[in-house]
Design a protein around this ligand. Structure first.
Ligand code: DX5
Ligand code: ZN
Length: 216
């Protein structure tokens, strides 16, 4: 079962609640929530109060992608705000193993994200503890960027590790995914698809989601 996780970074923030209900109605599985601190990435998005404010509007899984330095400082706050899964960046944390165990100790799923330039080999030892590996297919910080082609190689490498460890694992791809390229990442083993601009563009959420899902 492949999960579609629309990124609300591309939503119309002036009516965020309605847009979350709309993606739920039209077949989203998760809500991808991009938190940016202006340090780890050159952009600031939103944080805990915004997540709290939409938590009661939907039963969808809250898939929280922390693009922040030293994320362990805030993990508990995001769990309290309603996160179901928390993904932290390998590059943002000196003690990634400790942080993964901490996230899991709070009763939510744990993921690790890799920037385009970070090799998959860096996280092999973490696989048994992880619920998800997120392959960034753009440099994090902004929606609407162009998909980086070598991401498929990295997805295939994670799929090999998943098979090697015989592990239930979500392999998420995030950045520049749309109806034209979703099939090839799914073929390589991606089973959680993030899409921001491709879901919210032209205010045609229903049609956009159905186009993306037809590539699954
Ligand atoms: C980028 C974010 C992505 C982004 C995806 O830093 O992590 O989730 O919102 O947006 P699109 O699908 O437009 O590339
Ligand atoms: Zn993201």
């Amino acid at each position: 079962m492949i999960k579609l996780s629309p990124s609300i970074l591309s939503a119309d923030f002036s009516r965020l609640g309605e847009q979350v209900k709309e993606i739920e109605k039209h077949g989203a599985d998760w809500v991808h929530i991009d938190v940016m601190d202006g340090m780890f990435v050159p952009n600031i998005s939103f944080g805990v109060p915004v997540i709290k404010s939409i938590r009661n509007l939907t039963t969808l899984v809250f898939d929280v992608h922390l693009m922040i330095e030293d994320p362990a400082r805030y993990v508990k706050d995001f769990v309290d705000a309603g996160a179901d899964m928390i993904t932290v960046h390998y590059e943002a944390d000196r003690h990634i193993d400790r942080t993964i165990k901490y996230i899991k100790s709070l009763g939510v799923k744990a993921g690790v994200a890799l920037n385009p330039g970070t090799p998959v080999s860096m996280i092999e030892n973490l696989i048994p503890d992880l619920d998800m590996v997120l392959i960034m297919s753009v440099n994090p910080g902004f929606g609407g960027q162009k998909y980086i082609e070598y991401s498929v190689d990295k997805i295939s490498q994670v799929k090999e590790l998943k098979d090697k460890y015989n592990k239930e694992l979500y392999i998420q791809v995030d950045g520049g995914i749309d109806a034209t390229n979703v099939s090839k990442v799914v073929k390589c083993g991606a089973n959680s698809i993030v899409a921001g601009s491709a879901v919210f563009k032209n205010n045609e959420i229903e049609k956009n989601i159905s186009n993306i899902k037809s590539g699954f």
